[in-house]
Ligand binder design. Structure first.
Ligand SMILES: [Zn+2]
Length: 293
């Protein structure tokens, strides 16, 4: 895990959940995401101090714990400001919402771990426009919803777009393929928009100087997943049965990933319904999805 110079004044630390850094002319710096935990944040702060930089702000791509887990430690340590989009700011200001949105009520105690309940610090500024300015340097804010509802990307003045989890690399696609998505229609639009970027830094996967092929693979994955889910629905099934049928197809399902998988499956099922490919009905107390006749 080391500090990389990506281009100009744009840097990244390649943790499993990467942290981006943009350094201003006066050596103050801005982080894009804060890593997965206080331990990663402590390492980040050490690196920043070794470079004689001064942390003044964190911009979160989204609220998931592996991207915001260092917020509170860094803010407590150096008083930096934290910026987030309106929806993600709501999640960060109210950590109970992460588990709530996955389970749809207050969840069982065992799910209130560091990924589901993040010590988030205080959001000082909700991002409303499409850019943020620090000492005359403009960071462009890209709206990239899909993985989460208020997901953003941050483009530094060196034209490096930190795209968070709005694009995934081949290793994640090769996993279950059903990585976390909350809105499929928005994700298709996000992938189209990402084609306008010159270079992308992925939170899980690093730097892409020619992102076109990866964007195309992400688009194909979404289409394949929709087709797979439509075939799994067969003559009709509930969302929970869809997850069970995915397990029959070899997707790993366990207590750790169950609710994320149910969320993604639900997002795909809603897209199939909203585009007229499947219908819904309540039968014998079960919400059934079934093919459009
Ligand atoms: Zn995420």
């Amino acid at each position: 895990m080391r500090l990389e110079n990506i281009c100009g004044q744009t840097y990244a630390i390649n943790y499993p959940s990467a942290v981006g850094i943009y350094v201003l002319p006066n050596r103050e710096c801005i982080l894009i995401d804060s890593g997965a935990s206080q331990a990663y944040a402590a390492r980040t702060l050490k690196i920043i101090e070794q470079q004689s930089w001064k942390l003044i702000a964190i911009i979160n791509t989204h609220s998931h714990g592996d991207h915001s887990g260092g917020n509170k430690y860094l803010q407590d340590s150096c008083g930096c400001s934290i910026y987030a989009s309106p929806i993600e700011a709501a999640y960060l200001n109210h950590p109970v919402l992460a588990a709530y949105s996955l389970y749809h009520s207050v969840s069982m105690q065992e799910f209130r771990n560091k990924y589901y309940t993040v010590p988030a610090g205080t959001i000082n500024s909700v991002i409303e426009g499409d850019s943020l300015e620090f000492q005359g340097e403009r960071m462009l804010i890209w709206s990239l919803p899909g993985h989460s509802l208020g997901h953003i990307g941050i483009e530094t003045p060196d034209k490096v777009l930190f795209a968070g989890d709005s694009l995934v690399d081949k290793s994640i696609m090769a996993g279950s393929g059903f990585y976390h998505l909350e809105d499929i229609k928005s994700q298709f639009k996000t992938l189209d928009r990402l084609k306008e970027s010159e270079s992308i830094y992925l939170s899980h996967g690093g730097f892409l100087d020619n992102p076109e092929a990866v964007i195309q693979s992400n688009q194909e994955l979404l289409k394949n997943n929709l087709n797979l889910l439509e075939s799994i629905i067969g003559k009709g099934c509930t969302r929970e049965e869809m997850v069970s049928r995915l397990a029959d197809k070899g997707v790993k399902v366990n207590k750790k990933n169950y609710f994320r998988l149910l969320t993604s499956t639900s997002a795909y099922a809603a897209f199939l319904h909203n585009s007229g490919r499947v219908q819904i009905a309540v039968q014998e107390g079960r919400l059934l999805f079934y093919p459009t006749p």
